[in-house]
Design a protein around this ligand. Structure first.
Ligand SMILES: *Cc1c(COP(=O)(O)O)cnc(C)c1O
Length: 411
């Protein structure tokens, strides 16, 4: 019998949808002694940093920074505009939509949930029916997750705004772009988004620990009508860099600010449109490989229609428990970490061992994606999991052609 050799030594690769791979330049910028928080460089950095953050969100509105993760900014966004007893509409397309609704409920909001399941985008017709039925405008906000990271569904946030406008409904449009910002195309102002939540550890390529709430003047007016907002979550002082630093909000996230400075410089040096294009091409390479694998056995992409897929994350299915076994194999044998299936348990698969995910967000390039896909191919072969052939060649073609690959070829 031949002895199998463990091939996991070497630089490991985190192919999960956040935290994403962090650029060495970001890590180097953070590796420093504690800075002066009263005056000098750190203070001077804040105004341009916030301007460059707004450029990534495509907004001329305001941005408030919090020491916290995505869950923190979910709460921060709501705490400024939703009072106990207010109603919010949650058109959910996965675990993250439902999770944001749960935070709203915990703050005392009345949550009206439309659950679109785990493989379909929001159906705007159904959202329109609910809005039109709300004649006396009890719904104060619609909470839309742009990319639901659990299912990899990308929703049409501009379409959600059109749906609100067509119904003549004044509710705020609030978007969760925690997974999508800096990956999938997003235009806060052009799409009419009033409040948007994002965090550092996905497309923004910085360790988890800072979150952002972007808001426009309409949202600020809603904030002014609130009976009370807790001091910590209040976005008003945080949207003003001087106040943020010196007086109102506690110690600043000093090292994250240095890391974020470098990450934003990288994004703007590449050009935000080019960043979006890169994600689109790399996602198509992932999908081309997945299409090939899907031609035999149980392998399948969770979202059938490419028009509704995120370019930042891909959720996948394999007959349970093969998804978990594949993840464990790549982890133990070749130093590749794949994402778990999140919130995807079903009565037949209570532990969700039939789902897994690839993260392809942020600091990713062609060779990293080929490495990810090659590692998965190795695992499929090692575990004798039935799959279609030609996946790596299909992905290599997309990358080799630099994305000159029409959507038609995907299916
Ligand atoms: C990651 C993520 C969250 C949660 O962020 P945490 O930092 O893990 O709290 C929320 N929404 C979406 C869409 C996400 O991708």
């Amino acid at each position: 019998m031949t002895q199998s050799v463990n091939l996991s030594q070497g630089r490991s690769y985190l192919g999960i949808p956040g935290p994403s791979v962090m650029p060495d330049a970001v890590l180097r910028a953070m590796h420093r002694a504690a800075p002066n928080i009263y005056e000098g460089e750190l203070i001077d950095m804040m105004v341009p940093l916030m301007a460059d953050l707004r450029r990534v969100a495509r907004t001329t509105g305001h941005v408030a920074m919090y020491i916290g993760n995505g869950h923190a900014v979910w709460e921060a966004a709501l705490a400024n505009v939703i009072a106990p007893g207010d109603r919010v509409l949650v058109p959910a397309t996965g675990r993250f939509g439902i999770g944001w609704g749960e935070i709203a409920a915990s703050l005392g909001a009345e949550v009206q949930l439309i659950d679109f399941g785990i493989s379909a985008p929001m159906d705007m017709g159904r959202v329109a029916e609910v809005l039109e039925a709300d004649k006396d405008h009890q719904i104060k906000a619609v909470l839309g997750v742009h990319v639901d990271t659990s299912t990899s569904i990308r929703n049409d946030i501009a379409g959600l705004r059109q749906t609100l406008d067509a119904a003549g409904h004044p509710a705020l449009l609030m978007a969760d772009c925690i997974a999508s910002l800096g990956c999938d195309v997003f235009e806060m102002d052009a799409w009419g988004v009033d409040v948007m939540a994002a965090a550092s550890q996905k497309g923004l390529m910085v360790p988890p620990g800072v979150g952002f709430v972007f808001f426009n003047d309409r949202a600020e007016e809603a904030r002014a009508r609130m009976p009370r907002v807790s001091t910590y979550w209040d976005w008003t002082p945080r949207a003003h860099p001087e106040a943020f630093y010196q007086y109102h909000c506690g110690t600043a996230p000093t090292h994250h600010i240095y890391g974020l400075r470098v990450a934003l410089d990288m994004i703007h040096a590449e050009g935000l449109e080019n960043v979006w294009q890169r994600h689109a091409v790399l996602a198509r390479a992932v999908w081309a490989a997945c299409d090939a694998w899907s031609r035999a056995g149980s392998f399948a992409m969770n979202v059938a229609d490419p028009a509704h897929r995120s370019t930042a994350v891909t959720a996948l299915r394999l007959q349970a428990p093969l998804a978990t076994e594949l993840r464990q194999w790549t982890q133990r044998n070749i130093g590749l970490t794949l994402g778990i299936g999140l919130g995807m348990s079903t009565p037949e698969d209570p532990k969700g061992d039939g789902f897994f995910r690839f993260g392809h967000m942020g600091h990713v390039n062609g060779q990293m994606i080929m490495g990810l896909l090659g590692g998965v191919e190795a695992g499929l072969c090692a575990l004798n999991i039935e799959h279609g052939s030609g996946a790596l060649e299909a992905a290599a073609k997309v990358i080799g052609q630099g994305g000159a690959y029409s959507e038609m070829q995907i299916t």
